[in-house]
Design a protein around this ligand. Structure first.
Ligand code: ADP
Ligand code: MG
Ligand code: ZN
Length: 481
């Protein structure tokens, strides 16, 4: 019997508003504990929440970007549970009337576009943070995060493998970054993911019992945890057992999931409409206003790159996967006369390798990259006008990265200007030919493949600075004499 995995993800995205969802406290990350708090987010008696309109704008952006239907009148609900980092004893969330439903995210699965449907998107407030390992015999509570706005984005169980889950999460993160509602930093917890996993005999149309795994704070953790969970459930079923519905925790050190608590059910939370907040009414005018404000989304940008710049689908896909990379590409292109494909090669090769090496987070602004796009554009321009060769340009690029100097400065100070002077090149060629009489003879006897060898030698003799096209032409002339 072979089994198929069924996966649904619940994603919590922390919104990039400056203040919290129901009070004016700052949302900034990294402050000293309990500095960003007030009577509202501390849950003191006698205070009332006031909704931050920006949070609704952001939720609507996300809803439109994921093709959701927007609920004209949605409602806030109290989700009741007891925990030390939840001072009110309930979390303000949305329950039976979320702000948006029935959307989808397009995900590339083995070169094909697959739609992963969204069940719902709703807004809620974050809880505080319990710190269990800082002090022996005590747990500490930091309430800075209490009341920070979140979007919960729930997918339908449409995902079928760990890799697909990773692709879905990457696409969703890119979308949220494009519309600038979330920085997508999983390590800092601004994007968090719970994975619901079940298995069923391949071909079956019914769903099996699921587990929900929490504490997934990297793409690797999401993929590893799902793989592990599929494996574990398969072993349970094959040994004649039954999967128990429960909440599990990912142990990143040991790379296993372990039981955390038996699954809680909705009725455990005693959801009820929050009497302190009015129903949320979003009219068509508001939706249209948000829609006109929406930037170009990845799918549209990909299509435009293929159409306007005549780029292959692969290039368009890679360049638009991150908004900052796509912006970088377009800014570089504006700054030089080369064709889009030439600029694309540079960005995909040198720039993306750098992004990977330095683990540049997508949250980092393009202006802070050590080699700004105008400089890359200028560098490519210098190849085009024959000042330097492509090989030398790679060296110059590394220097630009390292020193932050302009390409012109580096070329001058290192004497890297391309040698296109015929006399100098003729002299270098004469030396190379004189040093290799046997090869010259072989070439003239028909071994024309040796041209590459001669070009290489001349390039070496000129420390890579010779103009390769000219070397080629001059060598051919000389050898046919
Ligand atoms: P809960 O609050 O109980 O976790 P939610 O409705 O918030 O319920 O989330 C349910 C998540 O579990 C969704 O992402 C859904 O797609 C997924 N899911 C539901 N049933 C299954 C199943 N049998 N196998 C895997 N995932 C499932
Ligand atoms: Mg859940
Ligand atoms: Zn506050």
């Amino acid at each position: 019997m072979t089994y198929e995995a069924v996966i649904g993800l619940e994603v919590h995205a922390q919104l990039l508003t400056e203040s919290k969802i129901f009070c004016g406290c700052s949302t900034r990350f990294g402050a000293a504990p309990n500095q960003h708090t007030c009577p509202v987010c501390l849950g003191l008696p006698g205070v009332l929440p006031v909704l931050n309109k920006k949070v609704v704008d952001f939720a609507l952006r996300a809803a439109l970007a994921t093709h959701c239907t927007i609920t004209p009148t949605s409602r806030w609900a109290r989700k009741n549970y007891f925990y030390p980092d939840l001072p009110k004893g309930y979390q303000i969330s949305m329950y039976e009337l979320p702000i948006a439903e029935h959307g989808y995210v397009e995900v590339a699965v083995q070169d094909q576009a697959k739609k992963v449907r969204l069940t719902r998107i709703h807004m809620e407030e974050d809880a505080g943070k319990s710190i269990h390992d800082a002090e022996a015999g005590a747990s500490l509570v930091d309430l800075n995060r209490t009341g920070v706005p979140l979007l919960e984005i729930v997918s339908e169980p449409d995902i079928r493998s760990a890799t697909e889950a990773g692709s879905y999460l990457r696409s969703l993160r890119a979308l949220l970054q494009y519309i600038e509602v979330c920085d997508g930093n999983m390590e800092e917890g601004s994007l968090r993911c719970d994975a619901n996993v079940s298995i069923r005999p391949r071909g079956s149309t019914e769903f099996g019992t699921r587990t929900e795994t929490k504490n997934l704070n990297s793409f690797r953790a999401v993929e590893k945890a799902i793989e592990h969970e599929i494996q574990r459930q398969t072993e349970v079923v094959e040994a004649g057992g039954r999967v128990v519905q429960e909440t599990r925790l990912w142990d990143a050190d040991r790379e296993v999931t372990r039981p955390m608590r038996s699954k809680e059910f909705a009725h455990d939370y005693r959801y009820f409409p929050d009497p302190d907040l009015l129903p949320l009414v979003v009219d068509q005018a508001w939706v249209e206003h948000v829609r006109t404000d929406l930037p170009e989304l990845p799918a549209a940008r990909r299509a435009r790159f293929m159409h306007d710049y005549d780029l292959p689908a692969y290039d368009a896909e890679v360049l638009t996967a991150r908004k900052d990379v796509a912006d970088y590409f377009e800014a570089s292109l504006r700054a030089c006369p080369a064709t889009p494909k030439v600029v694309s090669n540079w960005v995909m090769d040198s720039v993306l390798r750098f992004v990977k090496e330095e683990k540049l987070d997508a949250a980092l602004k393009i202006e802070t990259w050590p080699c700004p796009p105008e400089r890359l554009g200028a560098l490519i321009g210098l190849i085009q006008d024959g000042t330097i060769s492509t090989t030398i340009a790679k060296t110059v690029y590394e220097e630009m990265r390292r020193t932050g100097h302009s390409p012109e400065e580096i070329i001058e100070s290192k004497g890297l200007r391309q040698v296109s002077d015929t006399d100098t090149l003729q002299a270098a060629i004469a030396e190379v030919l004189a040093a290799n009489p046997d090869k010259v003879e072989a070439y003239r006897g028909g071994k024309e493949k040796l041209l590459g060898f001669f070009v290489g030698q001349v390039m070496r003799a000129t420390q890579g600075k010779a103009n390769p096209q000219m070397v080629n032409t001059l060598l051919r002339q000389k050898l046919s004499q």
